[in-house]
Design a protein around this ligand. Structure first.
Ligand code: PEP
Length: 277
């Protein structure tokens, strides 16, 4: 199958984002960062961000300080401010030192009923606050088995494109996270992941080919130390969104190191393919 891929050089370093979900305490967070930092700080050529639970954003902002590791939020309100009990605005997240906000994580979509329209508003709210939204897209196992993966991804993506337009969408990051691979220990094969990433890039390229080539597309879903390198070696995979394994300093450190390795299928392969297209 001749899947369309980038035809311009890869963007900068790979991006690896830790999603701690609802785990941690002050003490365990400090310990995890303390163990992680020496290895991560020595890592050139990879961007790392950590998304702790909201109550620990200030703690993590302090711990990460000037380490070069970014801070992100796992969620964001679509509202700017006002009587929205329990919500956290983009401005508050920026004020706490966040650079990223996850939007549309499948757990938010399936457990908290977030709709495509709401996710699109959250994406826009993150941009308004100067944050980089990380838009999560993914199909369930039933949708995949029914052959609907591309259609599902397409409609999740279109909801945001229609809300903000391609120029604004391109200011964000996209994370393809097959729902059946999140927290299940089941990972998409590198070929399965690459095929969906290429599809996403093709949809983006139909809007703006240059911006599409530059956009960072992350893979998420049971990425572990032993499968990260193969996934990150795929031509259209620009990093990862890591859940469970990001709570283990050794595993997360290894995943970040795997993102740094120069891959034959990375830039070299892209230039090769471009030269032969
Ligand atoms: C996630 O929560 O975004 C995720 C990818 O989780 P896990 O790595 O545990 O599958």
């Amino acid at each position: 199958m001749n899947l369309p891929t980038r035809n311009t050089p890869a963007p900068g370093p790979k991006l690896v984002i830790a999603n701690w979900k609802m785990h941690g305490t002050h003490a365990s967070n400090a310990q995890l960062i303390d163990t992680l930092l020496p290895g991560l700080q020595a890592l050139a050529g990879v961007q790392v961000a950590i998304c702790p639970p909201m109550p620990y954003l200030a703690q993590l902002a302090g711990l990460l300080g000037h380490t070069g590791i970014s801070l992100g939020a796992q969620n964001i309100s679509e509202r700017t401010q006002g009587a929205f009990t329990g919500e956290v605005s983009g401005q508050m997240l920026a004020d706490l030192g966040c650079g990223y906000a996850l939007v549309g994580h499948s757990e938010r979509r399936s457990l908290y009923g977030e709709t495509d329209a709401q996710v699109a508003m959250k994406f826009e709210a993150a941009l308004r606050a100067g944050l980089t939204p990380v838009l999560c897209l993914g199909e369930t196992i039933h949708q995949r088995r029914a052959g609907n993966t591309n259609a599902v991804i397409g409609s999740q993506l279109r909801a945001v494109l229609e809300q903000v337009g391609m120029a604004q969408l391109a200011r964000g990051v996209i994370a393809y996270e097959p729902v059946w691979a999140i927290g299940t220990g089941e990972t998409a094969s590198p070929a399965q992941a690459q095929a969906v990433h290429a599809h996403i890039r093709q949809l983006l390229a139909a809007q703006d080919a240059e911006a599409a080539a530059r956009m960072r597309l992350l893979y998420g879903g049971s990425v572990k130390a032993d499968n990260a390198a193969q996934l990150f070696a795929q031509q259209d995979i620009d990093g990862g969104l890591i859940g469970g394994a990001s709570l283990d300093a050794e595993a997360f450190g290894a995943i970040c190191r795997a993102a740094r390795k120069p891959h034959l299928t990375g830039l070299a392969a892209r230039s090769h393919r471009t030269a032969h297209n």
